[in-house]
Write a protein that binds this ligand. Structure first.
Ligand SMILES: [Zn+2]
Length: 343
């Protein structure tokens, strides 16, 4: 591979250093149909077969020129391993949770001893080894997983989760503890097998879903345990929506980077707060409005705005819609090239 600096640049960015060039890629899911067609690896097989998962992940670099290999392509792997029933989805539809083991029980189980052997976890671990071999030390492997609040919601259902945060917070505390332990165990194994960065994606932690106070008292203590438990492995926290009111708390959790969505109201001050705490900012071109529905020139315009606001890694704000056109992913890379060329 001819460009050995992508991994080095990304890792030094997450260490708070200034890289040779601002990295461009994705920290959120990116299984777009164009990449499935070009690579010959499509879901649902690429969600559970390690070789296909690796091929589709690698196509982010090979076909879109992204400087990250982000996988797997859904955020229910841990939920499935902890007993949720899953709809496996189709080529254009992401796997989703149908029901969870706490839908009709309030007894929080223990962390299963064989967690790493359950569901599709072995497939993700094997894909990690394949990708490490394929990428050598040149491209960074970014493994994503659902965070503690999302996982808790899968286990007991969204309605119960939101009700319990108010009426039975002691159950939520126990449940989040279990889910945090599951994230840590799985994340550590991914890093051991060769992943460079773990992304914890937690949509339910967003102020759009639970109050900032509920995040601080019920989720944050567990969330802050994750980066410290990874033995020096890099970690990034992604929280969706208008996360402005919890940016300080997110930064305080100790992740190396924060991945933010376009829902952020004041990106400039979010960047400032993150940098003060030593976290890089990743984002945040709109996946729905711009990358999915816009033209390449719209992508470039918005990418320039993000770069001017000081993002450290240019990336989509959240998971990409399967129908997102490849030319818009390429426009993201071109925008970074032009921006860095000008500076
Ligand atoms: Zn998101």
């Amino acid at each position: 591979m001819e460009k050995p600096y992508f991994r080095k640049d990304l890792l030094s960015t997450l260490e708070g250093k200034t890289p040779a060039r601002i990295p461009v890629g994705t920290f959120t899911t990116a299984p777009v149909l164009d990449l499935m067609d070009l690579s010959g690896a499509a879901r649902p097989e690429a969600d559970s077969q390690p070789e296909k998962m690796a091929v589709l992940a690698f196509s982010q670099y090979a076909n879109a020129s992204f400087e990250t290999l982000r996988y797997p392509f859904d955020t229910v792997v841990l939920g499935e391993a902890l007993g949720c029933t899953i709809d496996p989805g189709t080529k254009a539809r992401t796997p989703a949770v149908l029901s969870g083991p706490l839908d009709s029980s309030s007894v929080v189980p223990e962390l299963p001893a064989d967690l790493l052997e359950r569901g599709r976890i072995p497939a993700v671990l094997q894909a990690t080894e394949i990708l490490r071999e394929k990428a050598g030390s040149n491209l960074p492997l970014i493994v994503g997983m659902e965070g503690p609040a999302d996982l808790a919601t899968y286990l007991c259902g969204a309605t119960r989760f939101l009700k319990w945060t108010i009426k039975r917070p002691h159950i939520i505390t126990r449940l989040v503890e279990l889910c945090t332990d599951a994230c840590i165990l799985y994340a550590r194994e991914c890093l051991k097998r060769g992943a460079d960065v773990v992304v914890i994606a937690d949509a339910v932690s967003s102020p759009d879903m639970i109050s900032p106070d509920a995040f601080r008292s019920l989720i944050k203590p567990g969330m802050a345990r994750i980066p410290k438990a990874l033995g020096g492995g890099k970690s990034v926290l992604h929280i969706c929506g208008a996360a402005d009111s919890i940016i300080y708390d997110m930064a305080e959790c100790g992740f190396d980077g924060l991945s933010l969505e376009e829902g952020i109201k004041d990106l400039k001050s979010a960047v400032h707060t993150a940098h003060e705490a030593g976290a890089a900012v990743i984002g945040n071109v709109s996946t729905s409005r711009t990358l999915f529905a816009g033209k390449p020139e719209d992508v470039k315009r918005e990418a320039f705005e993000c770069l001017q606001m000081g993002v450290d890694v240019l990336a989509p704000g959240c998971g990409l819609a399967p129908e997102t056109p490849l030319k818009n992913l390429k426009a993201l890379v071109e925008a970074r090239n032009e921006f860095c060329g000008r500076k």
